[in-house]
Write a protein that binds this ligand. Sequence first.
Ligand code: GLU
Length: 497
Amino acid sequence: MTTRVRFAPSPTGYLHIGSARTALFNYLYARHIGGTFLLRIEDTDLARSTEESTQSILQGLEWLGFAPDEEIVFQSNNAGKHRAAALKLLAEGKAYRDFTPKAEPTDKSIKETIADRARRNQGVKSMRDNPFRDLSREESDAKAAAGEPFAIRLKVAETGKTSFEDGVYGLSERDYAEIEDLVLLRSDGHPLYNLAVVCDDIEMEITDIIRGQDHLTNTHKQILIYEALGKTPPRFAHLPLILAPGGKKLSKRIHGEIVSMTTYRDHGFLAAAFRNFLALLGWSPKTEQEIMTLDELVSAFTLEGIHRNNAIFNFDATSAKRWTDDKALWMNAEYVRTMPLAEILPFIKAELKSAKLWREEYEEEDKEWFEKTADLIRGRFFTLKDFSAQGRAYFSEDFDFDPAAIAKNLKKFPDLQTWLPELAERFEPMTSFTHDEIEAVVKQFTEEKGTKLGVIMNGARAALTGVAVGPSMLAVFEAIGKERSILRLKSQVAWNM
Ligand code: GLU
């Protein structure tokens, strides 16, 4: 039998980082084993599911590159089948009608105290004390025929336990006594979550369910449903959680955009880098290797490599980079710097386009210049955004000057205000404006002025690029080019700031 896995998000928000990792692990598992990766949108919670979330989840998955191998399944389309399954269990005596009137809506403003809760829990001696559990078939049918509303509950055995071998956590057991007779169908005919998931997984012929550890308690209930339906449960593997520093749950309310996948796309992350980062959040290959291509991840991925302890998403809410994990940023920088140039160029183009810095010449007569410049400047960049921010001076005359760079590299040496325009004049007669020639001119000039090379170079860097750091200055002169270098060395804009 071929392996079939699915990623089954509920569209009640954007694609959360934890869900994205679940999708990734399912994808890697399927690819590793030569199986099929499916996508099911669990849109049964009508009050909370939105089309907008569905779109945001699909976009997130598309960005990460996880296309399902078969058509997307929308759970809400299967409600009829879920109802039929509940009715079948009812007919077979494996479920029963519960005619308990719907509880009066409670006044939410009156909070249950801990003492109240303890009393209530003590009161529940058995999960099987529902008065309708053992109603005779005739009585139950008669009440239903008389139009009394009812929910359908699974009849969970009084004694015994469910158990399964979790692919990550090992043996997991639970006494039936701890599991309530779970509702399969609400009195309004709406199928409930656990029933829907099991029916769909059976129909989609899912062989392996890989999902968050927060579903562990559902798994025991779902196994009971599989058994009642006379089906063999699939294999299960639960994933450790991804927590915030300090061990708190990562939540949209507290951590905001940090948890959303679109944040990373919008902040200039490369999907390949983020995928790589996500893979190492709770999983590791048996080697020390950290930078891994998708193919390498696929071939190294096994459930044994998944850690049992929760992963921490390390971000510093007080730093300027508070929206991300330091390792994620480091990894993105590695990709920005080392990815084959041809692979990253389309992303740089898209970034420059969105910043209105792109020019068609970069693909025609200035193609060589563009590629060389992109390659030069990426060495110090972290995200694609840096190409349009720190990299702006290479693509536009309208760039900002960093006041600290001006103070430190220009104004501290007042002579530079006349020296830099003078240097510009030395550049004017040059017929070839490349590394060696530029170096010769600048060295000669420095000696004449009796100053240090660093003073001239750092000053020129501030004047040409507005910042204090960057690639080797000779390469910067070359990239900015003779005409623009001359103009910027002569410009007094920075001095007047
Ligand atoms: N829809 C569930 C969720 O988004 C996942 C259900 C499952 O994987 O079985 O958490």
